[in-house]
Structures are given as structure tokens and as C-alpha cells.
Design a binder for this molecule. Sequence first.
Ligand SMILES: C=C(O[C@@H]1C=C(C(=O)O)C=C[C@H]1O)C(=O)O
Length: 265
Amino acid sequence: MSADAVFHVGCVSYLNATPLIAGLESASGGRVRVHFDVPSGLLSGLEGGYFDLALCPVVDQFRSSAGLRLVPVGGIACRGRTHTVKLFTRRPIAQCARIAADTDSHTSVNLLRVLWPDRSPEPLELVAHDFHADPEPPAGVDGALLIGDKVVTSPPSSEAFAYTLDLGEAWLERTGLPFVFATWMARPERELGDLPDLLTAQLDRNLGDLERLAGAAAEAKGWPADLALAYLSEILHYRLAADDLRAIERFREAVANLESVRQQA
Ligand SMILES: C=C(O[C@@H]1C=C(C(=O)O)C=C[C@H]1O)C(=O)O
């Protein structure tokens, strides 16, 4: 690979990716181009070879036939509440079955499937819904799972959907573990050169400059500035430690169990 090769990096377009990505293009001297999309939109760019690296939903790594590898230089994780991965329901969850599932998500939809039997005796029925096209959940659903900025900027009406469950909190309650929603991934054969080092250095810089970054990102995405700062500095974390990697494995097993139950049915 030549020293001046350009890397194409796919990244989540929400405020939560700010510490992982802000300033990377300019710090790289133009050797990195960043392309933003909703989480569920990133996998095809990686599988198709257009991206060298992408911040994909963690469940994509379990399911992709491309044999994607985790590149352990950061991810989007929580220990307990997320504030932005939320189930909103009309009634107590134990009385719900039909849930509108945000088409931006791959991981959280599967997290809901894993957690559901703890919460409701009814079989879960998911209805895919694009909340960008229509912020209101479709008629006839008992609830809606939303992820990302829209949970803060355009949530479902709290009168109609008075009950909420934060899936990060529910996972911690079930497992005692943090939860990892997305990590950097690459195709197994793709040569990444110094890209992982560039990402590590940028994350380190950004975590030291969060107040300024959170303020700018809050303004761009329509968040209250104080909430954006708490979200990026206390609610989420970005450096993956041993228990985060254990949590990925625990989630991998839980998703595999769901698939095998489905096959037996
Ligand atoms: C915490 C979040 O994590 C996200 C949830 C994802 C998913 O459900 O597939 C993927 C990437 C992350 O952006 C969030 O977006 O609210």
C-alpha cells in the first residue's frame, strides 16, 4: 500500500459517534475520507469493498458471510442506561406484543429480541418502521423501539407512549455487563496500514476535548448541550475493555440461541 493511499471509513451519523470520528479527516492530512450513514446502512459498504473500515452494528459481525473482523480501536458502548436505545410502549411491556422496530438499527433490534422473554409473556412481533420518513409509530403497534438522536429530538408522544425501557439498563440487569452496540470492523483481507493508529490517536485527543466537541455536535444535531456532554462523557464509553469484549461474546451467544430456537420452531 502506498503511503498516500486514501482510506474510506464508514461511520454512524449520530451524535454518539463524535468522539470516534471528529477531526479524523483533517488530522490525517486528507488520507482518510469519512462517509456517514445510519448504522444499518454501513454493512453493505463494507461487504461491497467500498469502505476499508466501518463502525458497524456489532451484530453485523456475527451474521455477515464476509468474515468481518473486529478492529479493536474503539466502539459505542454503555454500562447501564444509554438514553438513546429505548422502547416506548402504550401499556406496561408485559401487556405488549407488536413493536415497531427502527430500520436504522441492527444491534438494538436483536437486543430487544434477547431481552423480550424477561419482560413479556407474549411472543414478540416486530414491524419494521422508518422513523425518518414518519416519526410517529404506525397504527396498531403496542410500542416502538428507537435508536440514536431521534430519541432525544423527536421521540414518540409521551402521552400515547407513557412507558419506557432503556435497553442498556435492561441488559445490565440481566447480565451485570456493559453492552457494545457498534465497533470498528473490516474485511479480513483488507490492509489497514496505520489507520488503526490514526483512530486511536484521534479518540484520545477527542476524549480530552469533549466539552467543546459535545457543544458543537449538540448544536448540529439539535440536542441540549448539557445532555450531549453527559451522554458522550458519562453515559457512553468508547474504549473497549475486557468486560466489553466479554459482553460482545455473551450477546453473540444470546443471538445464536434465538436463531436456533427459531430454526427448531
Ligand atoms: C447507543 C446507540 O448505539 C447504536 C445502535 C446501533 C444498532 O442498534 O444497530 C448501532 C450503532 C450505534 O449507533 C444509539 O444509536 O442510540
